[in-house]
Design a protein around this ligand. Structure first.
Ligand code: PMP
Length: 413
């Protein structure tokens, strides 16, 4: 589309503003149509039928690391080799990640000389743009965040290898390895190998492998991810990786089931701590999930139904970006094969302004900077677009408004 003059853009913007829009593209929440897909699950546990396959009474306490049939599903989901390498928890993987770091701070891992919280400085590598809540967890515990660039193959491994080899206060790295939040990239085979193999100055270094979008494909063309635990074991670094995932964007975002995978000794470490905070998870919800999905193949099959609902929404975003901003050399964006986000880069120094302009016109976007440690995007250029929750009509309208805001901010530069 031909470029509009600044005056024309301003006029268009004012027209949108006058419409009193109220559109929300902030968070990656599933839409109601997606949540409806799992409704039959609610009828699978009844007052007459609530036991596990082995006949355990799910109403009572116990089963700290989950019911056997759900551990089986998570074994395949998290790609670990046995159910001894799995904990099935409550509804949220973020809780499991938060609690892991809380325990590292208060008690340390088995190889830690002292709890992390008693060490003068603890740092974490944060590939960015990344998931804002990972960064909030670090900030919450006073873990210093070191920004590492994201490439289209995962974290920039030249930077990562150098930093972890030199600095023993660097205790870990966050990685969303598949269809990452927000850039949609999947770590290459080589990146996985380098992460598993690299020499770390800290003996108790951990990779927080948040595989939140492992089955969240948008098309038939799917990304493949190497098995990180196997790769670590091959290098003799069995304890290095902690893997997380959940059903939040498979069944119900508020009532899914989360799991953690790791070497049996890491799992035993976690279980010992877990037993201090719970006598057991919600097993009734685990039975619901196990009955509904049956096995990992059932999960994969179900995800095709999600893709059929959300892929057109992603397509609509891309189509409007292409039509309104394509060829103008003012913005670039990702075209992900899976996950929940599209990452938009606008001219340097304008992301905050674009988000503000959009907000003033009634289109709420994730705050600019949120995808970086300390909410500080050094180039002020990244905007995360979350297209799953709004309706198709809302998405199209919101994207048209956003495209005008991007052009307006670029013209004002
Ligand atoms: N990890 C990533 C990368 C996410 O994008 C999200 C949800 N936005 C979560 C974890 C949260 O997962 P859960 O609902 O299992 O806590």
């Amino acid at each position: 589309m031909a470029s509009l003059t600044k005056k024309e853009l301003q006029k268009k913007y004012e027209e949108y503003k006058a419409q009193g829009l109220a559109l929300d593209m902030t968070r990656g929440k599933p839409g109601a149509e997606q949540l409806d897909l799992s409704l039959p699950m609610l009828d699978l546990v009844t007052s007459k039928d609530y036991k596990t396959l082995a006949g355990a009474d799910t109403r009572n306490y116990g089963g700290l690391d989950g019911i056997p049939e759900m551990k089986e599903i998570f074994k395949d989901f998290l790609e670990v080799s046995s159910t001894d390498e799995v904990i099935v928890g409550g509804n949220s993987s973020l809780t499991l990640m938060h609690d892991t770091l809380a325990r590292a701070m208060s008690h340390g891992f088995p190889e830690s000389k002292k709890p992390w919280g008693q060490q003068a400085k603890v740092k974490f590598l944060c590939p960015s743009p990344g998931y804002d809540r990972h960064f909030s967890v670090c900030e919450h515990f006073g873990i210093e965040m070191v920004t590492v660039p994201m490439t289209d193959k995962g974290p920039d491994m030249d930077v990562v290898e150098k930093l972890v080899a030199e600095d023993k206060t660097i205790k870990g790295i966050w990685v969303v390895p598949k269809y990452s939040n927000p850039t949609g990239i999947t770590c290459s085979k080589k990146t996985v190998k380098r992460l598993a193999k690299m020499t770390t100055a800290a003996k108790d270094f951990r990779i927080m492998w948040d595989n939140a979008y492992t089955v969240h494909h948008l098309s038939k063309e799917q990304d493949e991810l190497e098995n990180i635990l196997e790769a670590c074991k091959k290098e003799g670094n069995d304890e290095r990786v902690l893997i997380y995932g959940s059903f939040s964007k498979i069944s119900f975002a508020g009532s899914g089931v989360a799991g953690m995978g790791a070497s049996a000794s890491n799992i035993n470490w976690m279980k010992a701590h877990l037993s201090m905070s719970t006598i057991g998870p919600d097993k009734i919800n685990q039975v619901r999930h196990a009955r509904f999905f049956k096995d990992f193949k059932g999960v994969q099959k179900h995800m095709k139904k999600h893709a059929a609902i959300i892929a057109p929404k992603f397509d609509a975003v891309i189509e409007i970006l292409e039509k309104e901003l394509g060829g103008k050399k003012i913005a670039t964006w990702t075209v992900p094969k899976g996950g929940y986000f599209i990452s938009l880069d606008v001219p340097k120094g304008t992301a905050k302004q674009v988000v503000k302009l959009a907000s003033d016109a009634g289109v709420k976007l994730t705050a600019a900077g949120a995808t970086f440690p300390y909410k500080n995007d050094p180039k002020d250029e990244n905007i995360r677009i979350a297209p799953t929750l709004p309706s198709m009509g809302e998405i199209k309208l919101a994207m048209r408004v956003l495209a005008v805001c991007v052009q307006l901010a670029a013209a004002k530069k």
